[in-house]
Design a protein around this ligand. Sequence first.
Ligand code: GLN
Length: 477
Amino acid sequence: MLKTDSRFSEFQQALHQNKTSCVERVQHHLSVIEEKSHLNVFLSVYGSEALKKAAEIDQKIKDGKAGKLAGLVVGLKDVFSHKDHPLQASSKILDGFIAQYNATIVERLLNEDAIIIGRQNCDEFAMGSSNENSAFGPTLNSVNESRVPGGSSGASAVAVAANMCQVSIGSDTGGSVRQPAAFCGVVGLKPTYSRISRYGLIAYGSSFDCVGIIAKNIYDIALVLEVIAGKDEMDSTVSQQAVPSYSTCLSKSEPKKYRVAFLNEAMQSEALQPAIKNALQNKVDQLTSAGHIVEGINFPLLEYALPTYYILATAEASSNLSRYDGVRFGYRSGNTEDLESLYKKTRAEGFGKEVQRRILLGTFVLSASYYDAYYIKAQKVRNLIRKKTKEIFEQYDFIIMPTTPTTAFKLWENSGDPIAMYLADLFSVHANVAGVPALSVPCGTDEEGLPIGLQIVANDFDETRLFQFSKVLMNFV
Ligand code: GLN
């Protein structure tokens, strides 16, 4: 049995040499899931289905008919439509709901013979930074069980870190793939907005929502990205740009000297934990001594990224979540007199506290008297942030930043204080507001042994170079 830490390509090689099998691999992951069930990572485990699929793929490999992802064991955050399987966005309001069709990403993964092992816990409707806002209870961080795994794709990051699957697919609206990846010591990609189809992804903030990928290494992420990215007639917002063969480009990358910026506002932020600042400074020094040009630049708009995100994302959420009314999907309150009380009671009982807060906030910023002061203003700030970010990429190849201001905090430490919780997204929302791609890579640990994540932000559709540069960055020790 190969180490599950190794790259998927190594496992695939072993498969083709008959040294292991997909069935063996699935059995291994199932046993880890069972052994670590107290971490509360999976909401559903498709054990017998995954084993059956694995046996079919083992046969396909023998027949020389297997797809590109043959034997890749994948976990899905509970926000992707997977036909005939439960789908709840970790919310009571979708109790008993069964998906009617496959999300485009699910279809593409299955077409290439990936094996879906289960549905992963998350913050309700992907709103949160700790996985504590789930109707199914929190997920624990496998690195240190007294800590949160981050959110909202917290369980998806733990699943990869703890070897419950090879790759997880999450969603990143304001940092939900990168922040948990940083907290759990794994790699997380938020691609360019519109790179991957959102068809079949439960909508939160549609102008920010991105499908993201979590793995232990960039090679697996690159391979999965090239399978799931690209135009889709089911989502007209997806870019028509051709999808490069990211995995091939990655293995062929040439040594090159890059121009890299770091943001003085991030580096000097009072919220930044000293160990993370040191980790970033070390990378800056290592890059400089390796001959890359690394410069600190001023980006005073950084502090506006967070309020801009929380105004616009909640506005979009209040509209997107209006469909959960007790009539069409999932949960319906039993105790109602008329249509209006059915709507009200269903939504009051079905949505958790944080989701209700965001719907209220979003409705407020969209209301007639406050629309110009908040919503329109935030749209203008968003345009400005995007414009100024694009200007940085006229002079630099990448921006490097901490992924998060702190390492994983204690369970329930911030749950009573929404502002403290929102601050966990201080550095991650920038890429969502600007729409550009960003990758969080592990970068050592703090004095308590908790993982630190460093984020590389690139220009639109520059994922290939983003991967190539992350290789440079991670090669330093
Ligand atoms: N933590 C952020 C929030 O609560 C980001 C969520 C996300 O990316 N889905 O909104």
